[in-house]
Structures are given as structure tokens and as C-alpha cells.
Unconditional design. Structure first.
Length: 283
């Protein structure tokens, strides 16, 4: 006896399923909002400090990337979740986003909108120092500055006690064709118990900085260097992972002929999640 295959669902039936899922997603977002409303009340009595939780956010994004599957691009899911996180943080404690546009306006705006959406007020600045200063004078604002190059050592303003700190590096999910690929540091004030310290960022001032010193240091850490002509050296922003110690960096500088004038911890952030090559290659 021939077995008759069931008829495929009609377009109308499939669209009804999509509509039902859309309604569920919306309802879940509203439920999340109700929980955030209760969370605000709890924080008022049990917790003091910023609404930002870099460690929790990094853990959420890492789990998101690891469980994702199917035809929906991970870029889309990443941006949706980033905007959800940023918007609900804004609901808890309103803040503005101060962005340094000196190294390229379009790429910085793309990064800001991809990671924070359009609800968060966007405040453009013509240099990194101005963006950092704005955050230093605000309670809970964020600054976005380039994580790979700079025209001035803006990080020196983060050395003082009570100054804001580097709390994150974006994009968190690393891939070659990321739609908001500009590497940026996020700077803000955040509670000590909310920090993530997988990568430490240090302000290091040296004398005797040259091309040979830079080549010696480059395999050990990510470095942003700004020449300091007054001392024949440079102001460095050095990002150190758990596999390298600060003593190793200092020894390498000395062996290369440089002298260390000062070192100060100016922040920390999570290790970026690098997509496996097999998954990153998917459309």
C-alpha cells in the first residue's frame, strides 16, 4: 500500500506561525521590561553603583555566539542582543554615548548604532580627549574611542584615582567580515565587582622608544603608541592578556633599550570571542 505524504503547509499557515512567533518575542521583551522594573526597585535598596555590568554582558554574548545556529546571520542576532542590553541599561539609568570621530565618522557611527542602537543619545566629539573628558564629568555616560590608533595619549586621563576606566572592547564577537568591525574601547565608571579582567589595559610611559622597541613588544601585547618628543619616548596603552605578565612587558622594554618612567592600570575588558573558521565562513 502506497503511503501518502502529508501536504506541505500553505504560505498562509507558515505566515501564521511567523506571526505567532513575533507575538511571543514581543511578549517576552515586555516581560523582560517588567523584570527590569522590579530590578530597579531592588537596586535602590541593595546595590550602589553603575548599571553597567561588563562581565555579565561578555558572558551573555559568549553564550549567544556558542549556541547560535540556522540561517539567521549571527551579526543580526549579535546586534539585536547588544541593543537589548544597552536599551534596558538605559532604562535603568539613562546615559549618553560620547564618540570620538577624529579617525573616521562613518565607521564610529556604525559601531555605535550596531552595539547601542538609536535610543541612546549620541554625542559626537572631534577628538578622544574630549570624549573621555565628557565621561569624566558625567555619572554614567560612555565614551567610544579607537582601540588601535590615536593622535594623542587620551588614556593618561584615566590614571587618576576615581577616573573612569576602560571597561570593554568592541566588537566582542570577532570575525573578518563583521559589519561594525572598527575596534573601539568603551570607557565609563563601573562598579568594581562588575568588571571583567581577562585583559588588563595599562598606561606605560617610556623613554628611548624606537622602531626596534616597538617590534620587540608587538608579539607580547596589543599596543597603541603616541610619541613623546620631550622625553625621547612614548606614551603607550598596553593591553595584556592572562598569558603575559606586566613584568614580562617591563623586562622586554628594558632589554630593548627603553626605560620605564611610569605604569598605571587604566582598565580591563573581556577576551574577544573569535568565531571558529568553519562557522565564520557561513553567509
Amino acid at each position: 500500500m502506497t503511503k501518502i505524504s502529508p501536504a506541505p503547509p500553505s504560505l498562509q499557515e507558515l505566515r501564521k506561525e511567523i506571526d505567532a512567533i513575533d507575538e511571543q518575542v514581543h511578549n517576552l521583551l515586555m516581560q523582560r521590561g517588567d523584570i527590569i522594573d522590579r530590578l530597579i526597585s531592588v537596586k535602590q535598596t541593595q546595590e550602589v553603583g553603575s548599571a553597567f555590568r561588563p562581565a555579565r554582558e561578555a558572558d551573555m554574548m559568549r553564550r549567544l555566539a556558542q549556541r547560535h545556529r540556522g540561517i539567521l546571520p549571527l551579526d543580526t542576532v549579535e546586534s539585536i542582543w547588544r541593543v537589548i542590553i544597552a536599551t534596558f541599561t538605559y532604562v535603568q539609568a539613562p546615559f549618553s554615548l560620547h564618540a570620538d570621530l577624529s579617525l573616521g565618522e562613518s565607521a564610529m557611527r556604525d559601531s555605535a548604532r550596531f552595539h547601542f542602537g538609536f535610543t541612546i543619545p549620541f554625542m559626537p566629539h572631534f577628538n578622544a580627549q574630549a570624549a573621555v573628558e565628557a565621561v569624566a564629568n558625567a555619572k554614567g555616560d560612555l565614551a567610544l574611542v579607537s582601540a588601535t590608533s590615536s593622535r594623542a595619549p587620551w588614556w593618561l586621563a584615566l590614571e587618576a584615582d576615581g577616573a573612569p576606566r576602560i571597561i570593554a572592547r568592541l566588537p566582542f564577537i570577532e570575525r573578518a567580515d563583521h559589519p561594525a568591525a572598527l575596534p573601539v574601547f568603551v570607557i565609563s565608571r563601573v562598579a568594581d565587582d562588575a568588571r571583567v579582567t581577562e585583559v588588563e589595559t595599562w598606561s606605560v610611559r617610556v623613554s628611548g622608544w624606537n622602531a626596534n622597541t616597538a617590534r620587540t613588544l608587538s608579539p607580547l601585547a596589543e599596543i597603541v603608541a603616541v610619541p613623546d618628543g620631550a622625553f625621547d619616548g612614548a606614551a603607550l596603552l598596553v593591553s595584556i592578556t592572562g598569558g603575559t605578565s606586566l613584568d614580562t612587558i617591563k623586562s622586554a622594554l628594558i632589554e630593548a633599550g627603553a626605560s620605564v618612567r611610569s605604569m598605571a592600570l587604566v582598565g580591563s575588558h573581556a577576551t574577544r570571542y573569535t568565531m571558529p573558521s568553519s562557522r565564520a565562513a557561513r553567509p
